[in-house]
Design a protein around this ligand. Sequence first.
Ligand code: URA
Length: 208
Amino acid sequence: MQLPEYIINKANKKMEDEKVEGFVLGNGNPEADIMIVGEAPGEKEAVVGVPFIGRAGDELDKQFAYLGIKREDVYITSVVRSRPYKWVDTTKKGSGGRRKANRKPNQREIAAHAPILDYQINEISPRLIIALGGVALERLAGKQYKISEVLGELIEGPVYQWENNEYVLSEKQYAVFPLYHPAAVFYNPVIKKDIYHSLDKLKEYLNL
Ligand code: URA
């Protein structure tokens, strides 16, 4: 999907002072009924420019296989397009004593890239938006939603869009389905049961 250059330029200009790298626009079928919204690219995605091709992507592919859907059936995008990083100390040889680690995007970064996600949502007009993780859920449905509380429960209503320097609710109604971010299982393996339970609910909703 092409985006007007002025939207990308403006978004990236607002990002200039942030510690981010790379740019990933999105990937998949722009005519899809289902849109998947992640958080932000990781290291590999930022280099290659394709979403979910690293470790989290392998986990996402497993979940797709469980659901019986293919990447070509959906459009995959994210809240922030560039990889937010922080410097951390390391003793690894040849590293110079530090390396870049992923971090969660901050609110400035989320707002800077909000018009890109808004544009894609408006263009694709998906029947279902799958929010992968708390950052995507709160960006779309609002901060009153906590992912652990609404996991696997369909949220129907407007979504937040960035207009004239603030978030406003869309006129159009959407269906947002919250799932844990696929990387969450690496940090907290006990949630695997909850993840598959929420995937079962998604299967039911999609009639798969
Ligand atoms: N996490 C995301 O949200 N998107 C990616 O592309 C990779 C990891």
